[in-house]
Design a protein around this ligand. Structure first.
Ligand code: HEM
Length: 161
């Protein structure tokens, strides 16, 4: 879940900060008022931080926890950083675990024979439960082996609206 939901499909693509005073940041001098965009999604795919397999789905890399998974402990920032990081983080993670548990209690999955690995870096506005279940793109999701697909859609809709 950490890798698929919060690293590779990070809902927040960036965080923004503005320097309140003239600031030295490493080799950079930031005059007061300078806005910094912290590219969360780019950091999550950065091979210098995550290694050559940064684009691969490799949950085993998180075996020792997220802080150990990358070369820098701050490389994982789906909920932002510092005092203004997301206040809803615990609720969001709990809700995601709950949703997965409820789905797995009712359905079982295996990989479609037509599966083509086609990861996207952004949850685009067109990524809705309607087109997720659209027959035009059946091979990007696993096949539902038991239960009605409509029931699965209803269940997901109760979480994501
Ligand atoms: C997967 C779900 C979520 C993700 C990925 C996410 C991510 C983020 C990020 C990246 C920020 C900006 C942090 C920064 O600027 O450093 C943020 C801020 C915030 N989030 Fe979330 N969030 C999620 C769910 C939620 C939920 C469920 C709530 C409320 C129950 C929530 C409430 C907030 C609030 C109030 C802030 C502003 C905090 C501040 O400015 O002090 N978020 N979130």
């Amino acid at each position: 879940m950490t890798q698929s939901s919060f690293i590779h499909q990070s809902p927040a693509v960036a965080a923004i900060r503005r320097a309140k005073v003239d600031t030295e940041l490493g080799d950079f001098t930031l005059p007061r008022g300078t806005e910094l965009l912290i590219p969360i999604i780019a950091i999550h795919y950065d091979q210098t931080l995550w290694g050559q397999d940064a684009n691969e789905f490799n949950p085993a890399g998180f075996g020792l926890g997220v802080a150990q998974a990358a070369k820098h402990p701050m490389a994982f920032m789906p909920f932002g950083i510092s005092a203004r990081r997301c206040v809803g983080q615990n609720v969001a993670v709990l809700q995601a675990k709950l949703a997965i548990a409820m789905i797995l209690q009712r359905f079982s999955f295996d990989l479609s024979p037509n599966y083509q690995h086609a990861p996207t870096k952004l949850l685009t506005p067109s990524f809705t439960t309607t087109n997720l279940f659209n027959n035009n793109i059946p091979n990007i999701i696993p096949q539902v082996r038991s239960g009605r697909i409509g029931d699965l859609q209803d269940l997901i809709l109760t979480f994501v609206g």
